[in-house]
Design a protein. Structure first.
Length: 97
């Protein structure tokens, strides 16, 4: 997710046990920042919005990380994992304070 000039500072609710956001290109650790700011293309369809938290993102207490509930879907999972670039590294350049 590339941050553009229209994206101003905003507050997002992140679980207190969520891992810190990794650096750009580092492996995803489930911090949830990208999904809590805006949904991916598949998330837009599911959430019916382009901004704000994706309705498919879920906090997994056992793994202490955020997960995409669509990525585990039997029929859509493979496509969703491709859209969210699962395993490709962090592509969210939003700075978190």
């Amino acid at each position: 997710m590339r941050r553009d000039a229209t994206m101003a500072e905003r507050v997002i609710a992140i679980h207190p046990a969520a891992p810190a956001k990794p650096a750009w290109g580092a492996p995803c650790n489930g911090c949830g920042v990208c999904c809590l700011v805006a949904p991916c293309p598949v998330g837009v369809l599911v959430s019916r919005r382009r901004q704000g938290a994706c309705s498919a993102v879920r906090w997994d207490e056992a793994q202490t990380r955020y997960i995409c509930s669509l990525a585990g879907h039997a029929l859509l999972g493979r496509l969703v994992r491709r859209f969210i670039a699962a395993g490709e590294g962090c592509d969210c350049d939003i700075e978190v304070e």
